[in-house]
Write a protein that binds this ligand. Sequence first.
Ligand code: EPZ
Length: 442
Amino acid sequence: MDIMVNANYVMYNQAQGKEVVLAEMVEKLEIKGGIPLIGDVFIGGAKNAALPALAAALLTEEEVVLRNLPAVRDVRTMLKVLEYLGVKNERINESTIRLKAGTPTGDTAPYELVKQMRASVLVLGPLTARHGEARVSLPGGCAIGVRPINLHLDGLTKLGAQVDIDHGYVHTRAKRLKGTEFTFAGVTVTGTENLLMAAVLADGETILNNCAIEPEVGDLAVMLNAMGAKIEGIGTNTLKITGVERLKGADYSIIPDRIEAGTYIVAGLITKGEITVRNCRPEHLRSFLDKLTEAGAELEEGKDYVHVKPSPKLRGADIKTSPYPGFATDLQAQYMALMTQAEGVSVITETIFENRYMHVPELLRLGANIAADGHTAVVKGPTRLVGANVMATDLRASASLMVAGLAADNTTVVRRLYHLDRGYEKICRKLGGLGANLKRIN
Ligand code: EPZ
């Protein structure tokens, strides 16, 4: 059995007097590959828009209703963090949740939860702004990198917060944050989101320079303005925020998940199928779709769909990941799996994270020809993929193994499925609906 001593997935069973491993910990995905996918798949709400939107509920004592939330583990984890802080939540239906912060009764996001999901750090900005104090466990690194939050803390300090680090926790205090001008030393998605949520209640005007412009950042800004914030420059690298005394509630529906959409587009291509990915926003995937077209993919776009046509002649094409609107780092692993089936060489350069090639050794076990060294990986294709036991290490690496397994002959078993469940909802239902032959096994 695959036992990982990990505080998040092992619990002590009093009755049996021993540690038991939660079922989800040993769940696997068994994929019988080689079946061309056919049909329609419907994309859910963006995980990386849902997480800041949930944190934003801390900014008001009024009710916030969020719609189009994906049924993924990270959303459930963020709800646990919010409950810890006194935010009540009520599920209205599968993708709609009603939240009510009232007056936060807590100011601590504990290690056990932050360790499960670094994006818990997104409560830092809103809690400091609304509550005047926050204690958030330092997220620590993860499989893909060290993942520091120094830029978040520099910005909060510039806004007038007292920021201390003790016993692995960030502790912020501020009577009231004060508007300022701050330039990010590096582009950071959650850093931009944290400071945006801090600045909306600050006293006076804040200018944030060198902001991330991922669609999820823009979605948060639009939601905050719907709550009564005054944010200008949405979609640009410079955000101007005029602080207000308080924010009201909102009823907001978040954008579709561009990374889920990109993952299913790869699934259609790598299995040489013909699928339509619906409820997505092709304009949020521009770099990715242009690159796929360069690699020989036959794609047709509509306002809210991408139609993947049979594309028998894929050829290698190089990519270099970069902040939006560049090629998304969250689609690098899935693209790499696809390039194992393309004719020729593809040079992949990962510029955002220092260790985002954990999927390479597992793809090699399926028969891929990839040489990874530092930030660069060279893929030679096409190579025949044959099913094997593979291990997921992080969210997007597991997506890469899933799409490779769909293309591989025989059976692929992906272990540590909880990584995949963090960011992909209803995997078996959605892929099964496209004709894939897969099931979850314990
Ligand atoms: C967000 O992470 C996403 N997560 C990530 O998606 C995504 O890969 C990443 O942005 C890049 O697009 C969420 O939105 C919840 P960053 P984030 O701060 O905000 C360095 C997924 O698969 N940095 O933009 O943590 C950092 O180390 C996840 O859904 C600092 O040095 O990423 C990295 O090298 C994985 N100091 C680079 O900047 C800081 O204070 C970009 O990180 C902050 C970041």
